[in-house]
Design a protein. Structure first.
Length: 137
């Protein structure tokens, strides 16, 4: 068997999970935007994605932790933020797309600070969402 004949199927098999991994529309609903205000409980600045854990007080007065998966550290740095931008214990507002499965997870698209300044967190979609199936199919 030629080396090239084996290489193509392997690349194909590797690319399938990578495409699924980045189909945010299958997990989050971009047709709905919500705002969450809460206290930053933890930030995991890691590859493949930064995760922000936000303690939010629900309508019954209970604290519920939301998970906000986000961009890779490299992409976040290109958008102007770094490991020191988000401080544990700080109260922040996030705008984003809620999870389709009803879990306490949201794909954040904007981070808003007390002084009104903000960071865009999903520049790629604002520039290039037109070709995507927003219903997650």
């Amino acid at each position: 068997m030629k080396k090239g004949a084996l290489f193509i199927p392997i690349i194909f098999l590797i690319s399938i999970p990578l495409q699924a991994h980045h189909n945010y529309f299958s997990s989050y609903n971009p047709r709905v935007e919500i705002l969450l205000e809460g206290v930053v409980a933890k930030v995991e600045w890691k590859n493949p994605h930064i995760e922000i854990f936000l303690d939010v007080t629900d309508s019954e007065g209970q604290t519920v932790t939301w998970t906000l998966p986000n961009a890779a550290p490299f992409v976040a740095a290109q958008n102007g933020w770094n490991e020191e931008t988000i401080v544990v214990g700080e109260t922040l507002v996030f705008k984003g797309w809620p999870s389709r499965d009803g879990s306490n997870s949201m794909r954040a698209i904007e981070m808003i600070f007390d002084d009104g300044s903000s960071y865009e967190m999903q520049m790629w979609c604002k520039l290039n969402c037109a070709g995507y199936d927003l219903d997650g199919n």
